[in-house]
Design a protein around this ligand. Structure first.
Ligand SMILES: *Cc1c(COP(=O)(O)O)cnc(C)c1O
Length: 444
């Protein structure tokens, strides 16, 4: 990194550790009272409500083409499950305490694409389809949207393209949903994307273009190709407000799940949520929603691999997307394929500036160990990237930075009432042979 850039950087000591590939815990010194932080962001509760209403309009269509969504009446939603055995396992294995209760938000088990991307990715495709249909006088918002499953609509959408650059899971959500609607969908996939994901997408009717390069390259080429074609729409993972709002709806649904399970979140019962972060859209959107619904009572931490901590270097340095992990001498390569991103979204970093509590990084070998822990304790399979989420509750009461955070926020006495939610971001579509392979992967 050049001297001029280095001179502008905050948190130099911490970022030196990051450069050395060390695991770190960063607490956000710019965190503000939620009301104040939200007043600086030009997205509101109304935008989340609008996204939620759109998903509700599409529920009859989703129900028709994906009958597995019947238990949720065509909504794509995941279970919230208490994981007491995992809590005990983590406390013993890592000699830590997790005060209060530990729950898992199982986006790994979301219908259609088995990952958190089924929220944002599918939402953006649906919104684009609705925009086109309304623009061409094919539908009104008050109509029954199950007509989106008709041959007439498929024929109509076949004249349009949707393109996206992806490390895997976003491509799956966009690819599967676009193909079902009849779009010509092209997924530009980075080198780290898993072969089984490419195979599955092709089987579902998506066109897959492979790159011998990282995520940024796949996005760059995808965007250029799409921009050159007036019938093509590009899903922009780095800057899309639509994706972001699709993710944010999760918070409203989580609130309802807490209420249904009789769980109170308030000044005496703090909520801690831990979300693995790649480019930032999914964790950022969920975090934004959580702050809207739970305000100062929710504390959101992101998790990143030590070799690809793009949001950490952007936010802790204060330079956001002006810096990449490569600027800090890191490879950007990680076994956590959903998190293999070198440069974070500037849009998301900006929104998170005063809302996010902090970011923790972990070495890759943990994610396989933690994956075995959740399989062995609760019989729940998650993909390795998703298991980074457990690093939050493990470290919270161990690291001096997070312990100081708890003191400073006046939470010490309230911790026995805490609710912890690691956000399990993916896993359900991982084929059996690959699960076996992961189960036998030991990096240390
Ligand atoms: C995409 C993804 C994430 C992170 O989402 P971003 O929007 O890239 O930050 C985390 N876990 C899994 C499994 C993912 O697929």
């Amino acid at each position: 990194m050049n001297q001029e850039l280095w001179n502008q950087i905050h948190n130099k000591d911490l970022l030196k550790e990051v450069s050395n590939g060390k695991e770190v815990t960063w607490v956000n010194e710019n965190l503000e009272i939620t009301e104040k932080a939200l007043s600086k962001i030009n997205l509101t509760m109304k935008d989340i409500d609008d996204a939620e209403a759109r998903l509700a309009r599409f529920a009859p269509f989703i129900l028709k083409v994906f009958p597995e969504t019947a238990p949720e009446n065509g909504l794509i939603e995941s279970p919230l499950t208490e994981i007491e055995k995992m809590k005990t396992k983590l406390e013993n294995e890592f000699t830590t305490t997790i005060p209060g209760r530990l729950f898992l938000k199982q986006d790994s088990h979301l219908a259609i694409s088995g990952s958190v991307k089924a929220r944002g990715g599918i939402y953006e495709v649906l919104k684009h389809a609705e925009d086109l249909a309304i623009e061409h006088g094919m539908i009104k918002e008050t109509d029954d949207y199950s007509v989106f499953a008709s041959e007439k609509f498929k024929e109509f959408f076949s004249k349009f393209k949707i393109q996206v650059g992806s490390t895997g899971n976003l491509g799956m959500s966009i690819g599967i949903m676009s193909a079902v609607l009849g779009f010509h969908v092209i997924v530009h996939m980075s080198a780290d994307a898993k072969q089984w994901k490419k195979d599955l997408l092709r089987k579902r009717g998506a066109e897959v273009i492979e790159y011998n390069d990282d995520y940024s390259k796949a996005v760059e080429v995808g965007r250029k190709d799409s921009d050159a074609d007036p019938t093509s729409y590009f899903v922009d993972d780095e800057n899309s407000v639509t994706l972001f709002l699709g993710y944010a709806v999760a918070a409203k649904r989580l609130k309802a799940q807490f209420e249904a399970q009789g769980i109170v979140i308030d000044g005496e019962h703090p909520l801690f949520v831990y979300i693995p972060c790649g480019v930032g859209g999914a964790p950022g959107g969920v975090a934004f929603g959580l702050k809207q619904f739970f305000g100062n009572h929710v504390h959101v931490f992101f998790l990143e691999p030590t070799q690809a901590p793009c949001m950490l270097v952007g936010m802790a340095s204060g330079l956001q997307n002006k810096v990449s992990v490569q600027d800090f001498g890191l490879s950007g390569q990680t076994h956590a394929d959903g998190l293999a991103v070198g440069r974070a979204s500037g849009f998301v970093g900006g929104v998170m500036t005063h809302l996010l509590s902090g970011i923790l990084t972990l070495e890759d070998y943990h994610i396989y160990d933690l994956m075995r822990d959740i399989v062995n304790s609760e019989d729940i399979f998650l993909e390795p990237s998703a298991c980074a989420s457990f690093w939050g509750p493990i470290q919270l009461m161990k690291e001096s930075a997070t312990k100081a955070y708890i003191e400073n926020m006046g939470l010490a006495q309230k911790m026995p009432n805490a609710i912890h939610v690691p956000w399990a971001t993916g896993g359900n579509l991982v084929p059996k042979e690959i699960r076996e392979e992961y189960m036998h992967t030991h990096l240390k």
